[in-house]
Design a protein around this ligand. Structure first.
Ligand code: ADP
Ligand code: MG
Length: 399
């Protein structure tokens, strides 16, 4: 199949040609016709398989076809960086269609707020927003969402997770009840699915490899005490050259400490976390995107949706608290049919958390022995019995 088979408006097809999008990915092939038919949809497909274009293209096509001028589509996402990235993707696809968009996210100064307010009152076609910032505007009373036809939650399970669910519920009260609602993610736990159905009317469902890591990612894990982790990073980076490396840690403090240590030993590393000014966050991400910075140490701010070319290696400095986040963290590599490596460091107390991840992905991740000079790590001995039979604990580690 070819993108031209969708018979998009010529101005949209011109954008796809310019971006060298030729063959739709499986999720695009399945989702685009359903979205074009105005049905509600819950769509689950692996990280890096083109979910953004899957929801943007049918919306942009409808805007072009009907020459719509009003604020037509609201996309809600969990982080500022993702809002910005999707806004930029819209500008790419819509280059020849004339559709307009605005990212609405926190952290900017008063001038930024005014720009956002202007966009929300004068009407741009597509708003891409983080929930908190959008609520601030909604509370002021000037936002008109009565012409919204499409509500899209990207990273939907995250959006309907505890932290955001109340905001989302409030935001929907500002929208027409007759609308199309679309949910996208690489993970969709059953509890979230149930909750999601409340926002939707008789939704279609697409499930391509639910809770499965991206195909091109080779996973490994090291059992290492916290005191061994920095040496291990050095060893891994010494063994092979990677153009871009993304290291995740669960807390701001760990991110700051690790960044300081890597910087001290002369590595080209930067850090990103929520304590930075928004301007700094964007600068750091830009320098990582354009390869000026080789190593980025990040909190889970960057685990969802962020699309950066050529990240060859993801390291989980600790085991993520949420098993789903593991799939998203390691999904920052091996995007768009490329390949990548993901290593997770498991200390003595994170073992059970890691076992939950192995259960979720239904796969035992290879435990790689530490280099001899780093010393003995903890023994892998998670306390609860393995939840799935596909688990073979007796297999000796490969040497
Ligand atoms: P997901 O949201 O599923 O994680 P993205 O939408 O971020 O994935 O897409 C991952 C990458 O693949 C992006 O860089 C995007 O431009 C690229 N991409 C998506 N669809 C296609 C396609 N049909 N042809 C070529 N590249 C594509
Ligand atoms: Mg995405």
């Amino acid at each position: 199949m070819n993108f031209s088979d969708f018979n998009f408006e010529q101005s949209l097809q011109d954008g796809l040609d310019a971006m060298q999008f030729k063959t739709p990915s499986p999720i695009q092939e399945l989702a685009i016709p359903i979205i074009s038919s105005q049905k509600d949809l819950i769509a689950v497909a692996q990280t890096g398989t083109g979910k953004t274009a899957a929801f943007l293209l049918p919306v942009l096509n409808r805007l072009a076809q009907n020459n719509i001028q009003s604020t037509n589509t609201l996309i809600i996402v969990p982080t500022r960086e993702l809002a910005l990235q999707i806004d930029q993707a819209i500008q790419g696809f819509a280059y020849f269609t004339g559709a307009t968009s605005q990212a609405i996210y926190g952290g900017g100064d008063g001038a930024v707020f005014e720009t956002e307010k202007k966009a929300l009152t004068q009407g741009v076609n597509i708003i891409v927003a983080t929930p908190g910032r959008l609520m601030s505007h909604l509370n002021m009373g000037y936002v008109k969402f009565d012409q919204i036809e499409h509500l899209i939650l990207d990273e939907a399970d995250k959006m309907l997770d505890m932290g955001f669910v109340d905001d989302i519920a409030k935001i929907t009260t500002y929208l027409p009840t007759k609308r199309q609602t679309l949910l996208f993610s690489a993970t969709m736990p059953p509890s979230i699915r149930k909750l999601a159905q409340k926002l939707m009317v008789d939704p279609e469902q697409i499930n391509i490899a639910v809770s499965k890591p991206a195909e091109g990612v080779t996973q490994g894990a090291y059992l290492a005490y916290d005191s061994q982790k920095n040496k291990l990073i050095k060893a891994i980076l010494h063994e092979k050259e990677y153009s871009s490396v993304l290291i995740f840690a669960s807390t701001k403090q760990k991110v700051k400490d690790l960044h300081r240590d890597l910087y001290r030993i002369g590595l080209n590393a930067k850090a990103i976390h929520s304590e930075l000014e928004q301007k700094e966050r964007e600068e750091v991400l830009r320098s990582f995107r354009n390869k000026q910075t080789q190593i980025l140490v990040a909190t889970d701010i960057l685990s969802r949706g962020i699309d950066i070319e050529d990240i060859g290696l993801v390291i989980n400095y600790d085991v993520p608290n949420d098993a789903e986040d593991y799939i998203h963290r390691i999904g920052r590599t091996a995007r768009a049919s490329s390949k990548g490596v993901a290593y997770t460091f498991i200390n003595d107390i994170d073992q059970q958390k890691f076992q939950k991840i192995e259960a979720l992905i239904d796969k035992e991740v290879e435990k790689i022995p530490l280099p001899k000079y780093i010393g003995e790590g903890p023994i892998y001995n998670p306390k609860s019995p393995p939840p799935k039979k596909s688990f073979s604990k007796s297999r000796p580690p490969r040497r």
